[in-house]
Design a protein around this ligand. Structure first.
Ligand code: DON
Length: 568
């Protein structure tokens, strides 16, 4: 055989081997972390490691959740927090379910028009940046309530790992260094002191940040629990910070703050039970409306991100977000028809005008006009322990580093959650979401949220724990991730990695991630009347799936973030 022929044959064989191994890879499902005894999935490796260490010491899922919340406040300060708030949805191994609302509240002297000028126009940035944007924080009260009700280890032992992390320093990832550098100007402009996170030379991957002031605050929390934050030195530091920057949170506000146990929302999707967060989150209601709405369509057969699937999801989403804007807010201040909104009778009628072939114009559902500003950071973590207790927590400062206000010598950022209120009827917030009376500002009221910590069970057994950051895209990301597993047969990790889309009624366009659609689907959707816009990073899920053999699959979004799931 001539040499050239031999070479060509060898080349062909190599190609054949490569092609067959690629096919094999393509067919092989991508699993997340598999473990038998417990699983923790969070946005930061240090927080995940601390959560697993608590589980290994014999702590339950709620002990681990408390330790993770404090660890994220150190290692992931753009969203992890003690100066913000959040929601817990839990399901114990006994089947008992519950939820804790540790969402921030409007200060006592907040009022409906506090972000409007004399002409009634919204003053730019007032609800998003600086001291006036801050809601009364709920996270520390939340952690102490979770501990009292569900914890098993001493509280101090759950705060201690975060203190050690703060003292020993956190090594920056590339992403985090970029984030700090990107906010440098904002940190300086917003604060009357220079936060210790402002460095003269840009931060780089591998640099270590020591959080000395934050460690001291955490020690007060470790030693005095709730009082270590809402009373004494920390409370004084917060009030001093407010006075310096023109904020309105007082000692009385801090004194009055209480997180609230609420009955979780429950609904079904086929043979699965969905357990979600009730108002003041819109997450439970909206995810349940979407799942109920899609139940009667055969999307499993239509396929993942096919034209028909995307069209129906979009039509459901525009109606659900219109309901959100009109009906949802703080149930302690406004009558919220949450149960009616997820009832079969209501939803049948609500979705009855969906045309399977033609898009509905959002303006014909309800009027409004919005723009969409991206500046998003929240964080979700999912935990399951050896006994099958499950915790889903989504927690936030709202924007990245919240209001950008760092409490001087307290070492922690304060949220800008006030922007989640409807600061003026029909005027969009930073996620482009609009609202009305149900979500208007009032003293001591909680702002509406999209955070959707969700637990699913099947035949009375735990099936999935799931949630994500992403502002208004939280609801649709949770919706798609659940369907990816149940309808499209994906593993938990594949469902997390899968490219996502989003529609929120207004603005009337579908956001899609790069490679979410092929060109044929894209043009078919356009022919149906849809407007499509590309956006990066929809969803950054942290989820756990209980496999048929009882093992846990932990999935974390290592494609969109530095997230990691670990188990043992
Ligand atoms: O509660 C809410 O819906 C928002 N404050 C969440 C903000 C958020 O997810 C930002 N992150 N990615």
């Amino acid at each position: 055989m001539p040499y050239s022929k031999l070479t060509r044959l060898a080349f062909a064989i190599v190609l054949f081997i490569m092609a067959s191994s690629c096919t094999e890879l393509a067919n092989e499902s991508l699993r997340g972390t598999i473990a038998a005894n417990g699983m923790v999935s969070t946005a930061h490796p240090e927080a995940t490691k601390i959560g697993v260490a608590i589980l290994k010491q014999g702590g339950n899922a709620y002990d681990a959740a408390i330790a993770v919340q404090f660890a994220l406040a150190v290692a992931y300060p753009n969203a992890g927090n003690i100066g913000g708030g959040g929601f817990l949805v839990y399901r114990k191994s006994t089947g008992e379910i519950g939820s804790l609302d540790f969402r921030e509240k409007a200060p006592l002297s907040a009022h409906k028009d506090m972000y409007l000028d004399q002409d009634g126009e919204v003053i730019e940035n007032l609800s998003t940046r600086g001291h006036l944007a801050v809601g009364v924080p709920g996270s520390v009260d939340g952690m102490t309530k979770i501990h009292q009700e569900l914890g098993s280890m001493p509280f101090s032992e759950l705060v201690e790992p975060a203190i050690q992390l703060a003292l020993n320093g956190v090594v920056l990832t590339d992403r985090e260094a970029t984030k700090f550098n990107g906010q440098r100007k904002n940190f300086i402009e917003t604060n009357s002191h220079t936060p210790y996170l402002v460095s003269n030379t840009p931060w780089a991957k591998g640099d270590t940040i020591f959080h000395k002031d934050l460690a001291a605050t955490l020690m007060r929390i470790r030693d005095h629990g709730r009082a270590g934050f809402y009373e004494g030195t920390t409370a004084q530091l917060i009030v001093d910070e407010m006075m310096r920057g023109g904020g309105i949170i007082t000692k009385e506000d801090l004194d009055l703050y209480q997180s609230v146990w609420r009955e979780p929302m429950t609904s079904s999707y086929k043979s699965y039970r969905i357990i979600g967060m009730p108002p003041p989150s819109s997450g439970g209601v909206a995810v349940m409306q979407l799942l109920k709405g899609i139940e009667s369509y055969d999307i499993g057969t239509w396929g993942f991100n096919s034209t028909r699937t995307i069209h129906i999801m979009t039509e459901l989403e525009r109606r659900v977000y219109a309901d959100r804007a009109t009906y949802l807010g703080d149930p302690d201040h406004y009558q919220i028809p949450a149960d009616k909104l997820i009832s079969d009778i209501y939803l049948k009628q609500r979705f009855s005008d969906i045309d399977p072939l033609v898009k509905t114009f959002s303006q014909s559902i309800k009027t409004g006009s919005v723009n969409f500003i991206e500046s998003i950071e929240t964080t979700h973590f999912s935990i399951v322990d050896v006994n099958g207790n499950a915790a889903a927590i989504t927690t936030t400062l709202n924007g990245s580093y919240g209001s950008k206000v760092m409490v001087k010598t307290g070492g922690f950022f304060l949220n800008n959650e006030m922007d989640d209120f409807s600061v003026k009827s029909g005027v969009p917030n930073m996620f482009g979401l609009v609202g009305d009376k149900a979500n208007a500002i009032a003293p001591q009221k909680r702002m509406l949220s999209s955070m959707s910590p969700t637990i699913i069970d099947k035949n009375d057994s735990l099936f999935m724990v799931v949630g994500t950051p992403g502002g208004s895209t939280i609801i649709t990301s949770v919706f798609q991730t659940i369907l990816n597993v149940i309808e499209h047969g994906m593993t938990m990790q594949e469902a997390v990695n899968a490219k996502k889309l989003h529609h929120q009624w207004l603005p009337d366009h579908i956001l899609y991630e790069l490679n979410a659609l092929d060109s044929i689907t894209y043009s078919e959707l356009e022919q149906m009347g849809h407007v499509l816009k590309q956006r990066d990073g929809i969803g950054r899920m942290n989820a756990i799936l209980v496999l048929d053999d009882g093992l846990l699959e932990g999935a974390a979004d290592y494609t969109r973030g530095d997230d990691i799931a670990l188990g043992y």
